[in-house]
Design a protein around this ligand. Structure first.
Ligand SMILES: *Cc1c(COP(=O)(O)O)cnc(C)c1O
Length: 467
């Protein structure tokens, strides 16, 4: 260590000295222990910086840095951010953003005591599914329905109910893995079902299912291959035919729809996915689908279908372990009610609004932001308008590219500079998350709804050196 460095180290103020400079309001807000810890951390950092050749930080600097740290720590670690990845339902970013009526309903349920399992007519114990039963039946055409933690739970519970220690027949082309360790064969095993694979990866025929039926069969399972497509020389058996095959042996068809839309998305310029209503009409005895994918609600899993089978699902002890709480129940009820008014659905349901957002609107936004972003990033980068493709995400319509627009940022010098920028954008008070492609950073603006907030957040980029 040089003489200068050791002198600078000695000049660093002590914790007590810095504490004397902290305004009392700050101490009151964060508490003495937290403030002391933050100051210690900042002194440690300043010490490292001196060893790396920096000048010693002043007391004011250290107080300010400690305050910034405290502010950051006080905020939720579930940080709100700008999702400019182009993936609208991004599993890692929390999937669907809820509609305002759903948020309001969830807040009431959090704040108040509510009639969750209490029948206000009779004064008797009620059932938490009663809040959704009629809505689900009306929206899907099913006889009955229930709700659990997520669709993985719905599949597990439905399979366990229908096929524990019995056989479940499934096509080899539908043994999917979706992210986060959900693999259909593993779920089937955990559900206690004996998996009977039929067909091949690319082709499975009705006769394959027929030949696999046995007195041990508990269910035929059909899985929507959400996140990939088998193309070319392929054959699969549709739900209606599978239901009919099952019916010859009184075996129910369980259909995991995955995303499961309640409406025909082609009205909004998107590709056609079969709806839950269609799956029910085709004869699936139970249909499972997610709450936070295309449906646009909170995380949840739905099981709808035949009344006797839903009753069996409800009396399965696993149901209790997988049930949802009052907060989500309230949000789901409010979300489902929006579907009563299809005309206004795209206006009120953020997921649909974003998916259906017209490209010209996004392009106009990109044009407005171009000069601002260009100026903020300075000479080291080029920023250009670009056409890009958004995706629905979460495995819904995986091949569907939705034409979108955004900004393409490239470094004039090195990819290192671009990485630094990506990191800096992630460190903003409201992080900006884009997508790297072709050596550039793409900001797909489809999901940018608060332009002013974006601009003011971006302006923090200049202050970053402080931290
Ligand atoms: C997404 C998906 C699941 C899991 O749903 P979660 O709600 O994420 O638990 C199961 N099956 C299919 C086909 C899916 O697409």
């Amino acid at each position: 260590m040089t003489e200068l460095e050791s002198r600078n180290l000695r000049r660093l103020p002590s914790v007590t000295t810095i504490l004397d400079h902290v305004p009392p309001a700050i101490l009151l807000r964060f508490g003495h222990p937290a403030v002391t810890t933050a100051i210690r951390t900042r002194i440690d950092c300043a010490r490292e910086a001196i060893k790396a050749g920096a000048a010693p930080a002043t007391i004011e600097d250290l107080v300010l840095r400690a305050l910034l740290q405290l502010e950051q720590e006080a905020g939720s670690s579930l940080r709100p951010l700008f999702n400019l990845t182009g993936t609208v339902l991004h599993t890692n970013l929390g999937r669907a953003v809820l509609a305002e009526p759903a948020i309001d309903a969830a807040i009431v349920a959090m704040r108040e005591v509510v009639a969750l399992e209490f029948d206000l007519e009779t004064g008797q114990r009620g059932d938490r599914d009663n809040h959704l039963r009629d809505l689900l039946c009306k929206l899907t055409g099913a006889e009955d329905g229930t709700i659990v933690n997520n669709n993985a739970a719905a599949v597990l519970l439905a399979l366990n109910t229908l096929a524990q220690q019995r056989e479940a027949i499934v096509s080899r082309g539908e043994l999917i893995e979706i992210g986060g360790a959900f693999r259909m064969p593993d779920i089937m095993t955990r559900a206690g079902a004996i998996m009977v694979e039929v067909g091949t990866t690319n082709r499975t025929h009705a006769k394959d299912y027929r030949a696999a039926l046995s007195p041990q069969t508990g269910a035929i399972l059909k899985v929507h291959t959400s996140n990939y497509r088998i193309q070319g020389f392929t054959a699969e058996v549709g739900a209606a035919e599978l239901a009919a095959i099952g019916a010859t042996a009184s075996v129910p068809l369980l259909y995991d729809l995955g995303s499961g839309s309640l409406i025909d998305l082609s009205h909004y310029g998107l590709g056609r996915e079969s709806t839950v209503r269609e799956a029910v009409r085709q004869g699936a005895a139970l249909v499972t689908f997610s709450g936070d994918k295309l449906l646009g609600g909170p995380q949840a899993g739905f099981i709808v279908g035949r009344a006797d089978l839903i009753a069996a699902v409800n009396s399965n002890p696993l149901k209790r372990a997988l049930r949802v709480d009052k907060i989500r129940l309230a949000a789901i009820e409010a979300t489902l009610k929006l579907y009563h008014d299809p005309e206004r659905l795209a206006e009120r349901l953020p997921t649909l609004r974003l998916l259906a957002r017209p490209k010209h609107e996004i392009e106009a936004l990109a044009r407005r932001l171009l000069p601002i972003v260009t100026q903020t990033l300075g000479d080291g980068f080029t920023v250009a308008l670009c056409e890009c493709d958004s995706q629905i995400g979460s495995g819904a319509l995986p091949l569907e590219a939705i034409a979108s627009a955004g900004l393409a940022i490239r470094s004039r010098s090195s990819s290192g500079a671009l990485n630094q920028l990506t990191t800096a954008l992630r460190r903003l008070t409201r992080p900006i998350i884009g997508r790297t492609a072709d050596g550039g950073l793409i900001l797909d603006l489809r999901c940018l709804t608060d332009e002013d907030q974006f601009v003011s957040t971006l302006s923090e980029l200049g202050d970053q050196a402080l931290i």
